[in-house]
Design a protein around this ligand. Structure first.
Ligand code: ADP
Length: 498
């Protein structure tokens, strides 16, 4: 199995080095002196030791971020200069694609081709897109007509100002990409950041911190504090001097963040779980629908918040679609991310392996029928089989809860109203897919799905300009696009009596 010996000398050196916290422009050990192990999910080997931040370190990082927020070097930096730095960072990410890809694959397990060919260019694109906004943060002039004072004249306008110190809590499924969604708009708007990567995947966040220092962001604009959710993450959500916390992760932790944020009523943005319906109509281009539906749930080993985990297929296409999907599942090459031909890597951790295989077992016990996969692959590394279940009922546990693994439940439909009711019968509302050639049907159906994103004849497409975020218990607020930028700004009204 390709492992550490197959990566570059640079990567081995980086992993072997002292990976400390970035606070106020300095690399420092945790106050407690503690460190935690980083595991390669393909080999289960320990590949690095990282300083373990906790409340005391978060406090120092927040102080550094506050100083940076108030410093003339950042607060008075022209938007064009922020844009230049952000653009330079995007260039550095691309220049270091190979290093980033190796770190991301060793840390998260994803195929190196995905890390190199998708994660790096997409992340760089988010930074470039957001760089453009740094010079376009405009308020408005607002004509006022105030009834009790008919003769008075006013001049009123709005200013849009950065929210301040932002705590950013990031998940492990797409470490760098999810980080770029949060860091890029915060920089574009002039906020400062305390970034807490997931304990499973801290490496590319630390490297991003290095690159930001190198391109010339002032000290303290970004602070990177790896650590555990219950300690470092909770301290950030609770901190009285953090103005906003933005979180991507499970719905359960999202609720804890909301509770923790109540002390100083900090602003909260949440991108949470999903159980997304993916809908295939009879008239769809079936080969495309099969490939797309497989990708929708098997990509990144299903560790994807938008995974199309509930597949609804119209009666006439059902048999062909299930057969095609099963063929695709069996053909997918599951293996170590560093092996060039792997299409699906391991799950991120032993904990995830236990969770996902637990759901697989419970599904068949509840009466679902296994059409493909169903369990762990091999004995070393956290690999699981792409799994397809039919004969599923909406109240089965695996059809209601987010699994975060390559598991899809397939069910058939005939009537459109019944389909809509079933698709919406979930606490989540992140995304949905529709496969059809009927344009009119698309426009009628898309508004009826209670989700933040509808993909038609494609799936999982995220673009920097497209707002992303969930309805219902899938989140609060949007990331990316203009709305994503606005979420790091607050509007001030200025009213002048003339
Ligand atoms: P998962 O359960 O799939 O690991 P989480 O939602 O727990 O996903 O993790 C996403 C991020 O949230 C990680 O960075 C994790 O450390 C952090 N986190 C977990 N628990 C908490 C918490 N109580 N407060 C703040 N952050 C947390």
């Amino acid at each position: 199995m390709p492992g550490l010996e197959s990566v570059s000398e640079w990567t081995r050196g980086y992993l072997g080095g002292t990976r400390d916290l970035l606070i106020g422009g300095e690399w420092v050990p945790a106050q407690s002196g503690r460190r935690f192990e980083v595991i390669d999910p393909a080999s289960e080997d320990v590949i690095a030791n990282v300083a373990e931040g906790a409340a005391a370190d978060v406090d120092l990082a927040v102080k550094a971020a506050r100083r940076a927020f108030e410093s003339p070097a950042w607060a008075r930096m022209p938007g064009a200069e922020r844009a230049r730095l952000i653009w330079a960072l995007a260039d550095r990410l691309e220049a270091e694609a190979e290093k980033i890809a190796e770190l991301e694959t060793l840390d998260n397990g994803m195929p190196i081709g995905v890390a190199r060919g998708a994660v790096v260019p997409l992340s760089a694109d988010v930074f470039r897109y957001m760089a453009g906004w740094a010079t376009k943060l405009e308020g408005r002039t607002i004509p006022l007509d105030v009834p009790p004072q008919p003769d008075a004249e006013f001049f009123a306008y709005t200013l849009r100002q950065p929210i301040g110190v932002v705590g950013q809590i990031v998940p492990w499924n797409f470490p760098l990409f999810m980080t770029s969604w949060k860091v890029a708009p915060a920089l574009a708007t002039g906020c400062t950041i305390v970034l807490k990567p997931a304990e499973q995947t801290p490496l590319t966040a630390l490297f991003l911190g290095e690159l930001m220092t190198e391109v010339g962001f002032p000290d303290g604009v970004i602070n990177v504090v790896p650590g555990f959710g219950e300690t470092a993450g909770a301290a950030l959500a609770d901190h009285p001097d953090v103005d906003k916390v933005t979180f991507t992760g499970s719905t359960e932790v999202g609720r804890q963040i909301v509770r923790a944020s109540a002390g100083n009523l900090k602003k909260v943005a949440l991108e949470l779980g999903g159980k997304s319906p993916n809908i295939v109509f009879d008239d769809a281009d079936l080969p495309a629908a099969i490939a797309g539906s497989a990708d929708a749930v098997f990509f990144n080993a299903g560790q994807n918040c938008v995974a199309g985990a509930r597949l609804f297929v119209q009666e006439g296409a059902y048999d062909e679609l299930v057969a095609g999907l099963a063929e695709r599942a069996a053909a997918l090459r599951v293996g170590p991310g560093l092996a060039p031909d792997s299409e699906v890597g391991p799950l991120v951790s032993a904990e995830q392996l236990e969770r996902v295989t637990g759901y697989m077992g419970a599904a068949t016990e509840e009466g679902a029928k296994l059409v493909a996969g169903g369990g762990r692959l091999g004995e070393r590394g956290f690999f699981v089989e792409p799994t397809i279940l039919t004969d599923v009922a909406p109240d089965m546990r695996f059809m209601r809860e987010e699994i975060f693994g390559p598991v899809v439940g397939v069910t058939r439909f005939t009537d459109l109203d019944d389909l809509v009711a079933r698709a919406n019968d979930t606490a989540f509302g992140l995304a949905a897919g529709i496969w059809t050639r009927d344009v009119s049907r698309v426009h009628k159906l898309a508004p009826r799905l209670d989700v933040g994103t509808v993909w038609v004849n494609t799936y999982s497409l995220n673009a920097s300009a497209l707002p992303f975020g969930g309805f219902k218990q899938s989140g609060w607020g949007k990331e990316l696009g203009e709305e994503g930028v606005s979420s790091y700004l607050q509007t001030k009204s200025v009213c002048i009596g003339l």
